[in-house]
Ligand binder design. Sequence first.
Ligand code: ZN
Ligand code: ZN
Length: 362
Amino acid sequence: MSKERLEKIRSNFESWKVDGILITNLTNVRWASGFTGSSGMLAITADNAYLGTDFRYWEQAASQAPDYELVKMGRTAEFVHIDGLVKMLGVGRVGFEASDMTVAAFGDLRKKCKDDESLTLFPLNSRIEPLRHTKTESELEMIRKAAVITDAAMAAVNNLAKPGMTERALAWELEKHMRENGADGLAFDIIVAAGPNGAMAHHHPSDTQLKEGDTIIVDMGAMLDGYHSDLTRTFFLGNTPDETFKIVYDLVHTAQKNALNNMKAGMKGQEIDAFAREVIADAGHGDKFGHSLGHGVGLNIHEGPSLSSIYDQDIPSGSVVSVEPGVYLPGWGGVRIEDLVVVTPNGPEFLSNCPKTPIIPV
Ligand code: ZN
Ligand code: ZN
C-alpha cells in the first residue's frame, strides 16, 4: 500500500515544483508509510525514500514501513538530525510542510542548511492532505467498522438516558460501550448536551442532570486502527415532545435529507452545503446554523474535503464526509443530526446506520 502512495506523492513533484519532499505531519507520515509512531519524518525523492525516527521506534519503523529506508535519528552528535536528513536527499529543491513546521523549527533548519548552497527549502501548503481524500477499500473497511461500533453505542442511548443522570455519566456509559465493543479509543471527546447546553455546538459534558422535557444532543465516534467515525443524534427525553422540538427537529432532518438526496461525487463542497443551508434559511433559521454542513473523516476526525459555503472544490468519489446540519437556539438548546457517508457518483453510501428515534419515553 505504501508503495502506491509513495508513487502518488512522487507523481506530484513536477506540479509542486520540487525535487523532493520532507513530510513532518505525523498523520501524513502514517498515511504515506504505515509508520504509527509519535515521532518521525519522511524524506522522499524520485529515487529514495527515508523514514527518520529515534531509538524508541527503530524496530517498529522497520516492520511497519518496509518501503522506506530507516534513518536513525537522535539528539546527540552520533545520530542524524533533521538537516542531515534533508541533505541526504542530495537534491536542490526540497518541499516542506509549511502548515506543520513551526516558524522556530524552520528558522533552525534553514540556518543549519546554509552551508549547502544548492539546497532550497520550499514551503508547500497542505499538498499531501488532498491525496488522502479518496479512501481505498481497506481504509473504508476500517471506517465502516468504527461506524458500526458508534452506531451500537448510539442505539443504546434510548435505554441509557434517564432523568437525574448527568451528562458526564451518560458520556462515560457511551465511552465504555464503544471500548467494550472493540474501539481502540474515542475519535474525540464525546459531546452530551442537555437542554440549553445544546445551544453550544461543542458543549463538554458537565454535571448537568438530564431532566424530563430536555432535548439532548449526543455526538461521538469510535477510533479503530487510526481511523475515525462521527455520528450525532438528537433526542427528546419525555413522552410528548414540545412544539419547538417538533419544528426544529423536523427542519434539521429535512435539511439533512435534502443534502443526502441530492449530493453526488463531482459536486463542489459549497453546492452540497447549500442543499441543507437553503432549507434552514428558508425557515428563517439561517443565522442559527453557524457551522459547515460537513467535513472529511479519516485518519483525522476533521480533514478535507469540506462541505462548506467557502469550499469551491469538487468532492471526489470515494471521499468520506459527515453530513450534519444543526440549529441552535440560545436559552432553549439545539438539534443536530449527523451521518457519515462515502460520496459516490450515484450519491452517498451510508456508513452510519443508526436509526433516528428521537423520543425517549420516561
Ligand atoms: Zn460529530
Ligand atoms: Zn462531525
